[in-house]
Design a protein around this ligand. Sequence first.
Ligand SMILES: Cc1cc2nc3c(=O)[nH]c(=O)nc-3n(C[C@H](O)[C@H](O)[C@H](O)COP(=O)(O)OP(=O)(O)OC[C@H]3O[C@@H](n4cnc5c(N)ncnc54)[C@H](O)[C@@H]3O)c2cc1C
Length: 446
Amino acid sequence: MNAENPPVVLAGAGLAGSLLAIFLARKGKKVQVYERRPDMRKESISAGRSINLALSERGIRALKAVGMLDPIMEIAIPMKGRIMHDKTGNLVYQAYGKNDSEVIYSVSRGILNMKLMDLAEAHEGVDIQFNHRCTGMNLDRKEVYFQEETSGKAISVQAETVIGTDGSASALRLELMKAGRFNFSQDYLEHGYKELTIPPDENGNFRLEKNALHIWPRGSFMMIALPNPDGSFTCTLFFPYAGENGFDALNSPEKVLSFFEQEFPDAVPLMPTLIEDFMNNPTGSLTTVRCAPWYWKDSLALLGDAAHAIVPFFGQGMNCSFEDCVIMDEKMEALEMNWTKVFPAYFESRKTNADAIADMALENFIEMRDKVADPKFLLRKEVEHLLEDKFPEKFIGRYVMVSFTNIPYREAFNKGLEQDKILEQLCQNITKAEEVNLEQAGKLLG
Ligand SMILES: Cc1cc2nc3c(=O)[nH]c(=O)nc-3n(C[C@H](O)[C@H](O)[C@H](O)COP(=O)(O)OP(=O)(O)OC[C@H]3O[C@@H](n4cnc5c(N)ncnc54)[C@H](O)[C@@H]3O)c2cc1C
């Protein structure tokens, strides 16, 4: 590598790293990305954490900025709302937005990642090296260390600067810890997750409503299902690790089947490979990582899950990571690529927002697994949509702010707290959304 003109080095060619490489290349930077895993475009490997993801406005904005939205929309399936399945097979539908323009999209993680890598490599100066695991760096010298996974060979690379896009278990984050005065917390949920499948029917059609996110809320646990373009659904069971109702207890095919028949009776006939999937697929853990600061001088910054891993219940981890890229790009532009200024400005702008979405994601777990089955909660959601309709200038619900606008997460969080109080008052003595007192609503909304 030419020491006169060293590249910006990224560790991790996941969703955030591949997208950030494009933004950097567009600023004329030479970019070298090192990815621990083999090239998923050449070798069939599990894309990692989830087969499909919910893409919403913040992610859409970032993809649009690099001209990537159209190809992604070709493979995206709109989900207009959620359909709740109770134990007797009754279905309740709840729209996400106030109209069909406010939808979230189910997108294949693997295809999205591969398309971003293709686009990154199509830019002059972006090179992605696979099977290279980052093992650390020298912050003062801006020297990054990798191990070539197949040969075991160690290499060192001189960088202009380094950005850690190496996910929730970031190796580069450890360097910030070693540097001192670094705040860090990692909180695991008591729940893990397991992916299961509802294949298409014999004619290749979806076995459930295609344009929805399906939820089987069961109080302390839940299963969800998102559609895939091939007519299948990927189901995810979010379930405690331990206890009577926990992964540890479901340790035989008989126990798994009897549990599913009891809890998800309408899903079982749609899941012919349930037992194999359950016994063979790994159980993934769910964690929230908070840390600060996300940078060291002009040598290293963290972006995406490396800086702020969150639980998946608001469908925002990737969307937030993509928004990081947009903000990093804005700061690079405004501060003329001066990393000494860019990194602190990016961190100041993002940290409070990342903390806010981390909290909202944790809250949403309770909403999804428990509250969506509660008629009072459903009434409240209807009232929210009514207020959005009648007072569009004054009221945007929190879910809408997070998923369908670019209003900073912190602002959405704070406004959500005010809305909670107003909605509680308005819903006190009513049983239908139409009964809401609009005059009182107008006054409360100010
Ligand atoms: C079950 C589940 C469901 C989810 N659903 C959604 C959703 O619906 N919507 C949403 O917005 N988000 C969702 N997320 C969150 C989303 O997956 C992440 O926020 C997103 O992947 C973050 O991107 P990233 O590039 O920062 O990290 P990653 O996607 O994890 O990429 C990190 C990359 O770095 C590589 N790497 C790791 N260590 C090293 C190393 N030492 N050296 C080199 N390379 C390394 C990895 O191989 C990987 O390619 C979900 C997460 C989970 C677990």
